[in-house]
Design a protein around this ligand. Structure first.
Ligand code: ZN
Length: 199
């Protein structure tokens, strides 16, 4: 059994104690210091994730942004850099997990809420489980590769010993619009280059 992360936040003494009696997740494991879902806070952080995602499109990457939050404070802000770096694992969520772990000096992140503008893929959902992320908030679903319920449900799999609390649909329309705009621009660019004569 893994120790609960309940003492981790209290040790730092920074933020106020979220709960006297923390809510309990699956298997009776406390959600630690993960705050109670607050729609206004979720919207605020998702807006930051959307802004971060905008930076991805500059390099031709799909505009997906992620933000890691602990005790109401942003500890990582990342965006998809797959095309920019040529790294197939450089999804916004993977980079946010790495940055959050690096900021906190540990790989277990039960007190961290991860915000992503798009439903995580299988790789990212797997990494979210391995990092013991307490809560995931995502904006819009990905019907092609989503692993938080669309194609797979890695985050609530009965065989895994860690379940992630998931909230979806925060600023979903804005995130979906942005992805559609990007896809349309990409198609137009490809169509234009297909019509260019060979040198
Ligand atoms: Zn991913």
């Amino acid at each position: 059994m893994e120790p609960s992360g309940g003492l981790t936040a209290a040790k730092d003494g920074g933020g106020e104690v979220a709960h006297q009696l923390p809510p309990r997740g699956h298997l009776g494991v406390p959600f630690s210091s993960v705050s109670i879902p607050d729609p206004l806070a979720d919207e605020h952080f998702m807006r930051l994730a959307l802004l971060s995602g905008e930076e991805a499109s500059i390099a031709g990457d799909m505009p997906v942004g992620a933000i890691a939050v602990r005790n109401g404070e942003v500890i990582a802000s990342t965006f998809n850099t797959k095309e920019a770096t040529g790294d197939p694992t450089a999804h916004a969520e993977m980079l946010a997990l790495r940055a959050a772990s690096s900021a906190l000096g540990r790989w277990r992140l039960p007190d961290v809420t991860l915000y992503s503008t798009l439903e995580p893929c299988m790789m990212c959902a797997g990494a979210i489980v391995l990092a013991r992320i307490g809560r995931l908030v995502f904006a819009t679903r990905d019907p092609r590769t989503g692993a938080a319920g669309s194609v797979f449900d890695v985050l609530d799999h009965p065989m895994l010993n860690h379940r992630v609390s998931v909230t979806e649909g925060i600023l979903a329309e804005e995130a979906a619009d942005r992805l559609r705009m990007f896809a349309r621009a990409l198609r137009n660019r490809e169509a234009r280059s297909a019509h260019l004569p060979d040198k």
